[in-house]
Design a protein around this ligand. Structure first.
Ligand code: WT7
Length: 673
């Protein structure tokens, strides 16, 4: 059995691996076909080491993977009961130096980014030298306009080299970026800018996606009207069109041209904030997860290399938007830290046709392709011909992320796209985890991969399943709440401005454990399969949303006193939102109200958050204590009406028939999908 190739640093580390200790065997010993755990360099041996001796595992890795200004003195200092998480304490480094300068020194002309622009066949290659220069000019522009170490900068930009440079420019000067997905509404953007108190916003005049113009600057204008902290808006150009420029707006390219192409990097502490990224929870405003420098970067780089089998010279493609954590970790930070060529995909899977991804794979000779199940489900409906038309022989690894991948989509990706010859990794992780936590790789070459399963924990991840009473579930063939029992370097450190919320959201349900919010099943062999969220978070096309957020967005309508939103299975989106609404009095303009509600959700959150179904009911099913029984609504929508579960706490059981009747009538009217 060959040792996993972990590079120079870890191969030395392998020498000091010892036999797995007894407690670790209890967790991992079930893995079928496992080689002798003592085999140095085997997946099990390394996992055991990472679990048992985190300092001995991560310490040398951090030292040798990253470029440091000052070495750390303490590998880790973490306590899940208070939510204290610290890695590589005392160390100082700069993330942009790790992602750029170190590669420029060795091979300045190697390609860092291939920008696959919306218009097919017009890709642009950017070398590490060019990206460093652009980053420095942008960093100097930020400094000139008052951005200092620790200040927050919002990015409302489409996927582009300039957006990557903006992230790295913040990292270079110690500013904190918060990228807001360019599909979010002005109101969502304003909410995030205000929560983070951003000093500067960077945007484009317009964006292009699927051949359509997106009015980015206009949306920023709308947002910053309500953002007193914003001093400047830096406006770059993606299209030729002119947009109105106000007093605080600054033309970005013009300013950058005046600046020096060099910028001295700030030396940052390992635990200084690198970025904030907002994500939805089951209650309240989206939370600004805080990721820090060294641990995050190390974890992103290592998972990028080992899960996808990235090798020097490969062209790596993650088609996620940079507005999500997937884009942060596997478009930008992981690949660039590893000196990879990373694709920036600006378009959509069906523009100009359903062959877009595979034509791109052929043209750019892509080796790894990482995308979302929702796109796979959409593309498979267009048929195999769109795939087979193009040469995909460059592909070695296929990856799936963001939501459960159903059997059909997995098989299609594996057989049709990958010609049954590529490694397909279903990767489970979250905004909070910083990088991939469960995936079929790393593992020994050729180790089995089961369809639709994330399977194996990454090094340092110790998954635990909890039963309803909070007891750790042992053994295989069990389902429970997925928790992680030990800190890892990539995890989020806090929620910006609200550490208590961080502790409450992740460490309170099962004291001493990080609770993911997901449920999981563990097979007899010890493999994990994610079964879905256990809270009121839904996943629409791989985009995470709290049902409470959608309810809040509808709450201000004067004619609608009450709403309840649930997620239900959807062919392509994975999940879609279903809203039950109660109208004030007996209004006869229900259709108009429904339209207004749709518009309100689009304006307050984003278009993708608009419920697919809105049903008017006389009242919601409430318990005697006034809680809406969403479980019941879910059962009605998914047709499980024979097994409604315990309904004895309902204030009036008559409500069930009432809603069922309304639902059945609605179903008859509903246009077929
Ligand atoms: C939630 C996290 C991970 C980056 C993109 C989404 C769901 C994610 C999988 C998977 C089943 C998955 C979970 C998780 N999820 N990956 N491979 N199988 N479910 O990040 O927006 O923070 O969402 O996405 O429910 O908790 P996110």
């Amino acid at each position: 059995m060959a040792a996993l190739s972990l590079g120079r640093g870890v191969s030395r580390l392998l020498g000091c691996l010892h036999r797995a200790s007894a407690p670790w065997r209890a967790v991992s010993g079930r893995i079928r076909g496992a080689p002798d755990a003592a085999q140095p360099g085997s997946y099990l041996a390394l996992s055991a080491q990472a679990a048992r001796e985190p300092a001995a595992f991560w310490g040398p890795l951090a030292r040798e993977t990253l470029v440091w200004d000052t070495p750390y003195h303490t590998v880790w200092d973490c306590d899940f009961s208070s939510g204290k998480i610290g890695w590589f304490l005392g160390g100082q480094l700069n993330v942009s130096v790790n992602c750029l300068d170190q590669h420029v020194q060795k091979s300045p002309e190697s390609v860092a980014l291939i920008w696959e622009r919306d218009e097919p066949g017009t890709e642009v290659r950017i070398t590490y030298r060019e990206l460093l220069e652009t980053t420095c000019r942008l960093a100097n522009t930020l400094k000139k306009h008052g951005v200092r170490r620790g200040d927050r900068v919002a990015l409302y930009m489409s996927v582009s080299p300039l957006a990557v440079a903006a992230m790295l420019a913040c990292a270079r000067i110690g500013a904190v970026h918060t990228v807001v997905f360019a599909g979010f509404s002005a109101e969502s953007l304003a909410g995030r800018i205000n929560d983070a108190k951003c000093k500067v916003v960077i945007t484009f005049n317009q964006g292009l996606r699927g051949g359509r113009v997106v009015e980015l600057k206009k949306i920023v204008d709308e947002a910053v009207k309500h953002c007193p902290s914003v001093q400047h808006v830096l406006v770059a150009h993606r299209t030729e069109n002119k947009v109105p420029m106000g007093d605080r707006d600054i033309p970005l390219e013009q300013e950058m041209a005046k600046e020096d192409p060099e910028c001295t990097p700030e030396s940052m502490g390992s635990e200084d904030t690198l970025f904030l990224l907002y994500t939805s929870g089951s209650t309240g405003m989206p939370k600004g997860l805080v990721h820090t420098q060294a641990g995050y970067l190390l974890y992103a780089a290592l998972t990028h290399k080992l899960v996808f089998d990235y090798r020097p010279g490969d062209v790596f493609s993650c088609v996620a938007d940079i507005g999500w954590i997937t884009g942060h970790s596997y478009v930008v930070y992981g690949p660039l830290c590893n000196g990879a060529t990373s694709i920036l995909f600006e378009s959509t899977p069906v523009y100009p046709n359903a062959g877009r991804y595979w034509e791109m794979v052929q043209r750019l000779k892509i080796n790894q392709f990482y995308g979302a199940p929702t796109a796979v489900r959409l593309l498979l409906k267009y048929g195999d011909a769109w795939v087979k038309k193009y040469d995909r022989s460059s592909l070695r690894t296929l990856g799936s992320v963001g939501e459960p991948i159903n059997q059909e989509a997995w098989e299609w990706l594996h057989k049709v796209v990958g010609d049954s010859r590529c490694t397909l990794v279903d990767t489970w992780w979250q905004t909070e985890t910083g990088g991939i936590c469960i995936a079929p790789r790393p593992s020994e070459e050729g180790a089995e991969i089961l369809p639709g399963m994330a399977m194996r924990p990454f090094f340092g991840i110790i998954p635990i399943l909890m039963d309803e009473k909070g007891n750790v579930m042992e053994g295989g063939d069990v389902s429970g709440s997925l928790c992680i029992s030990q800190a890892w370097p990539g995890m989020a450190r806090t929620i910006y401005g609200d550490h208590q919320r961080f502790v409450d959201a992740y460490f309170k349900a099962y004291p001493g454990y990080y609770f993911t919010g997901d449920g999981a099943y563990r097979t007899r062999e010890g493999y994990y399969q994610i079964t879905g969220r256990m809270d009121d978070v839904i996943n629409i096309s791989g985009h995470r949303l709290g049902t409470a957020e959608i309810e809040d967005a509808m709450a201000n309508h004067p004619a609608v006193p009450e709403t309840a939103v649930i997620g239900y299975p959807h062919d392509i989106k994975g999940e879609a939102a279903f809203a039950f609404i109660v109208l004030k009095d007996d209004r006869d303009d229900a259709e108009k109200v429904v339209e207004e509600l749709r518009a309100a959700v689009a304006a307050k959150i984003a278009k993708y958050a608009v419920p697919d179904q809105i049903l008017v009911v006389k009242r919601l099913p409430k318990t005697r204590s006034g809680k809406v029984m969403r479980r019941l609504l879910r059962k009605i929508v998914t047709g499980q009406t024979r097994d409604l579960g315990d309904t004895t706490t309902l204030e009036d059981p008559g409500v069930i028939t009432e809603i069922l009747t309304a639902y059945q009538k609605h179903g008859a009217r509903r246009p077929a999908k």
